[in-house]
Design a protein around this ligand. Sequence first.
Ligand code: DUC
Ligand code: ZN
Ligand code: ZN
Length: 472
Amino acid sequence: MSLPDLVIRGGTLVTASDRFQADLAVTDGKITQIASRIEGGHEEIDASGLLVLPGGVDAHVHLAQEQGDGTVMADDFASGTRSAVAGGNTTVLPFALQRKGQSLREAVRDYHAQAEGQSWCDVSFHMIITDPTPQVLGQELPALVREGYTSFKVFMTYDDMVLNDAELLDVFDVARRENALVMVHAEGHDAIKYMTRKLEEQGKTAPYYHAEAHAQIAEREATHRAISHAQLVDVPIVIVHVSGRDPMEQIQWARARGLQVFAETCPQYVAMTAEDLKGLNMDFEGAKYVCSPPPRDSDSQAAIWQGLRDGTFDIFSSDHCPFYFDGENGTGKDNPRARTSFKWVPNGIPGVETRLPILFSEGVSKGRITLERFVALTSTNPAKLYGMYPQKGALIIGADADITLWDANRRAPVRQVDLHHGADYTPYEGMEITGWPVRTILGGRTVFAAGTFTEAAPTGRYLPRGYSPKQL
Ligand code: DUC
Ligand code: ZN
Ligand code: ZN
C-alpha cells in the first residue's frame, strides 16, 4: 500500500462531540485514515502534547469592502486571509457588497476579481443586498443562489444600506423560495438616528457615545422585528453579531416557539465592554473599539457566555471589519470628520487572527466552555450552517485536510507587532492569552507554522456552497 502524503502523529483529536488520542493520515488533500497508530508517511508531523482541531471556519469577515464615505478597509484578500491563517483558520466567508444601483452579479464578479489568486485560505462569499430591485429579487438573486451563493446579509440600519420592512419581507420571501439563508444586522435605524441627534445636541460627540446611540434597546427591537418578519414569511434567519442579553432573549423567545432562528456572537461581546470606548478619559482612543453593535456591559458578557454554553449561540465569528486608526488622508478611524462626532467613526474592528485564541483562552482555559463546544462554535457549526459540512469543519475520512494544531498551554499576550492583519492596531493589545494555534494546515499542506508562512504563494480556493441544513 502506498504511503500517505502526511501523517499527524500523537496528538489529541477534538471534534464537536468527542476527543481522543489518534494519528491522522492525509492523501491528495483529504483525510484518509484516523487510527491509534498509522505507520509511515511522506511527511510526518509530531503533534504530541498538541490538540488536533478541524481548521477554523470564520463565517463573518469583511475584506476589501468598499465604504460609502471613501474610508479604506485595512485588509484586502491577501492580508486578511494571511491573518486568518495565522490565527488558525482555514476557511473564511467575506461579503460581496452590492452598492445601491449596482447589479448583484456585478458585485459578486468584483469581489471574485479581488480574491482570485490572493487567498491564503479557502473562501466563500455571502452577498449583501442593499438594493432589492425587481431585477435583483426576481432574477439575479435566484440565479446566484442556484450557483452556490446560498447566504446573504441585510441591514436594518445605515443610511446607505438599510432596508425597510417591506423590503425585508420581500428579501425573506426570495430566501424561502430559493432555499437560501438570510443573515440579519438587527439594529433599529430610526432609534439610532434619534439617539444620535439627541446626543449631538448635548455636545456628546466623543467615540464613547457611539455605544449610547446604538442602544441595546434598538438592537432588541430590531431583533424581534426581524424574527416576526421571518415568522410571517416562514423562513429561517441568522441574527448576526448579537451583542447582549436583551437581543439574546428575543432569540430564546423565538426558539421556545419552534422558530428557526440561528444566532452568532463575536469576541468583542465577551472580551470588551462599552467602557473601552471611553479610551483614556473620553479621548479619541475610544474610536479603536467602535463597532456595531457596540460591546455592552458585564451583565451582557455573562449572558453571552451562558448562551455560548447552552446552545443559544450556534456560531462564534470574528466580524473582522478592519480600519486603520491613523489612516492616511482621512482614511482611518482618526479622520477629521470623526473628531466632530462619533457618528463618523468607521464601525468595525480587526479580529480574524484573535477570534480563536480569545475564545479558547477566555472560554476553554478559564473553564467556561468545553473543548468540544469550542470546536462546534468556531468550525463545525459554521460549516454546517452555511452548507460546507462535512467537507469543512470535520475530522472524518473524506473531509478536506484542513487542520489546526493547537498548544493549549502556550501563554502570550496579544501584540499588534505579532499580528498579520493590515490594521495598524488591535483592540486587544496586551490581553493575556492561554492557548494559541501553532500550525495551520490547508488541504494537507502546512501554510503557517511557528510564526512563519510556509507556502510561496496563496493556495486558497473558492467554495461554492449548498443550502444550509435545517438542524445543526
Ligand atoms: N456590521 C458588521 O457586520 N460589521 C461591521 C459593522 C457592521 O455594521
Ligand atoms: Zn452587521
Ligand atoms: Zn460584519
